[in-house]
Write a protein that binds this ligand. Structure first.
Ligand SMILES: Cc1cc2nc3c(=O)[nH]c(=O)nc-3n(C[C@H](O)[C@H](O)[C@H](O)COP(=O)(O)OP(=O)(O)OC[C@H]3O[C@@H](n4cnc5c(N)ncnc54)[C@H](O)[C@@H]3O)c2cc1C
Length: 436
């Protein structure tokens, strides 16, 4: 391929304690926490709102805030929960539909009132390193490139973009590189909720699929349909239709995938209208502005949290929080056999059970001033099926923000984990094994 040399002198517009790439649940939790702990923070978000996949890809529900007894993402997660649902709402409910516009405003308010500096429409496009550390990041504003220098950097892009640009190792997908399918989530009107069958934790919308396959309703024989959520607006939030074999870090795949998703969504509209009660008049009103990717990179950190840790409800000396969502792996292809995790998904843990998340999962190997938070933390592929959901991203984001704030005189690798745990606990983190 033909190449050209690209060289510019660009301004260093900000010098801060903590730079954060990405304003999804992990990035917001990190920024608000670090700012409240007195650090100067700059966050760059490539879209024009906070919230990540929920806001951009219209993910319809939070799942889950609790192990059935304890509130797990205490601190930032609790603030979001209280603002969105009200503090008297039963947090043990396993799926909580999202009022997306309200959630965006909540995140705006939290970010503005925390004093964090941030810009939308600003994309991380490069990383400069020197002596084994990140020295600056290169950002593309609406029109101009500029640099930001920070003492500590946090990657909360979901994709691990900052970490790989800094040279961290990452893995993608299963042994053959295959990842979970993407979904273009959608908003629906005119659903008769009195008639529609909604069973929390189950997928009742898939019960007539075989009939519809026989009638050639669908161009892809996808036997897995997460379904429709009853949103607070009374609209339907559709987590409907998988797009297979697309890599969310490759713009060619993203382009192909979203065209395919938009083209096939009317097949589901026909299915809902003609096969399921309550949806006879249902209409697609809009789709997310981005294709939603459940899985891309996992950064390799100092510890790789595994399915065995899930099974044994592991505890760690350096844990920064505990979580419980079952391993939720969607099939990699339409005909793929169900994994044991899919079979076990509905069972999950018993009440009050959880696993610990070690601080080491936030520390990419081979880097000195970088933390990762959210979907791209260091886990096995299976375990990513649990830690990827939003309440867990609040846990790892809050821990990364606190660690970065504590690193102002040193580095995230040198801070006292005991001090970090104490701070997190003071701020509301669920750390039952950490003594006050
Ligand atoms: C279809 C689908 C259904 C899901 N269902 C649920 C569910 O029911 N419940 C649940 O809790 N979770 C669900 N999830 C998972 C959850 O939404 C995500 O895993 C979670 O949002 C990850 O949070 P994050 O902060 O790590 O990343 P994200 O939410 O992806 O946020 C990353 C942010 O970084 C920004 N960014 C990325 N790259 C750059 C860059 N180079 N420069 C600047 N900014 C950048 C992005 O614009 C985005 O705002 C679902 C996900 C999908 C896709």
């Amino acid at each position: 391929m033909k190449e050209i040399r690209f060289e510019r002198r660009i301004p260093v517009r900000k010098q801060v304690d903590v730079f954060i790439a990405g304003g999804g649940p992990a990035g917001i939790a990190a920024a608000v926490t670090a700012s409240r702990m007195g650090a100067s923070v700059f966050l760059a978000e490539k879209s024009q709102c906070f919230g990540g996949a929920a806001a951009l890809s219209a993910v319809p529900a939070f799942m889950r805030f609790s192990d059935g007894v304890n509130f797990l993402p205490g601190g930032i997660g609790r603030e979001v929960f209280d603002a969105l649902y009200g503090s008297s709402t039963d947090f043990r409910v396993i799926e909580l539909p999202i009022d997306i516009e309200k959630l965006k405003r909540i995140y705006d308010d939290m970010m503005v009132s925390s004093g964090s500096d941030f810009l939308f429409d600003t994309r991380l496009v490069g990383v400069e390193t020197a002596n084994g550390a990140i020295s600056s990041v290169i950002l593309q504003g609406h029109e101009e490139l500029f640099a930001v220098e920070a003492h500590t950097y946090i990657d909360s892009t979901g994709d691990g973009t900052l970490a790989v640009m800094a040279g961290a190792a990452a893995e993608k997908g299963d042994i053959s590189g295959r990842m979970m399918p993407a979904t273009l989530c959608s908003l629906w009107s005119d659903i008769d909720w009195k008639k529609a069958l909604v069973i929390v934790g189950e997928d009742p919308d898939n019960r007539k699929l075989e009939e519809a396959f026989k009638d050639n309703v669908f161009s892809v024989r996808d036997t897995s349909l997460p379904g429709m959520w009853h949103l607070p607006s009374d609209m339907g939030g559709g987590n409907i239709g998988h797009v297979f074999s697309v890599d969310g870090t490759d713009e060619k795949d993203i382009t192909k995938g979203i065209i395919d998703a938009r083209k096939r969504l009317p097949e589901y509209e026909y299915y809902y209208n003609h096969y399921l009660e309550g949806y006879e008049k249902a209409k697609i009103v809009s789709t997310g502005s981005q294709l939603g990717f459940r899985e891309t990179r996992r950064i390799i950190g100092e510890y790789v949290l595994s399915a065995e840790d899930y099974e044994k409800r592991a505890s760690f000396d350096d844990e920064i929080g505990r979580y419980c969502y079952p391993i939720d792996l969607h099939p990699v292809s339409p005909g793929a056999a169900k994994t044991k995790y899919e079979e076990n998904y509905l069972k999950g843990y018993g009440l009050g059970n959880s696993y610990g998340i070690p601080y080491r999962c936030l520390l990419p190997k081979g880097t000195s001033n970088l933390l990762v938070a959210g979907r791209c933390i260091s886990t096995s592929r299976e375990m990513n099926g649990s830690t990827r959901v939003m309440p867990c991203c609040f846990i790892t984001g809050m821990a990364a923000g606190a660690a970065a704030a504590l690193s102002r005189e040193s580095s995230p690798r040198e801070i006292s984990v005991r001090t970090l745990q104490g701070k997190l606990k003071q701020m509301g983190a669920y750390l039952p094994g950490v003594k006050d």
